[in-house]
Ligand binder design. Structure first.
Ligand code: SF4
Length: 140
């Protein structure tokens, strides 16, 4: 779980923040480029979400972060974000919502016809296991 006491000096104060445990895996800037940006060895919040959709996507990035480095002071949308996965990303391919710290944020994916996440893309278990782990960290 991201800690406010370990918060990086984001240029914009507000609900979302990134802490020092970020491994710069690029997941959050890919998911919500209007909010997160890659820095020098870490990502940071460049702008707080301006819309509800952006706030929801930021909560999804919080859930997907492999190191639990994204925090939300309000925790608004986080429970719903956990249940918003799997998310269609490319045709038949779904993003399960779990990324692996061991492979610098490799995205767990599966096809619509396969109930399990792809082990080869870095997921260490089933979609349910991954989301459960993400949810535990996000809501602690
Ligand atoms: S998803 Fe997490 S580890 Fe990856 S860049 Fe964003 S804050 Fe860092």
């Amino acid at each position: 779980m991201a800690r406010l006491s370990e918060k990086l000096p984001d240029p914009v104060p507000g609900d979302f923040f990134v802490d020092r445990t970020c491994i710069d895996c690029s997941t959050c800037p890919e998911m919500v480029p209007e909010v997160f940006e890659e820095g020098n060895g870490f990502s940071f919040v460049k702008a707080q979400p301006a819309t509800e959709e952006s706030a929801f996507r930021s909560a999804m990035a919080l859930v997907a972060c492999p190191t639990g480095s994204i925090g939300s002071q309000s925790k608004r949308h986080v429970k719903e974000a956990v249940h918003s996965f799997p998310e269609p990303i490319d045709g038949d391919v779904l993003f399960c919502g779990y990324t692996s710290e061991k492979s610098f944020g490799a995205w767990s994916t599966r096809s619509r016809r396969d109930p399990l996440c792809s082990e080869s893309r870095g997921c260490t278990g089933s979609r349910a296991d991954g989301l459960e782990r993400s949810a535990r960290g996000a809501l602690e």
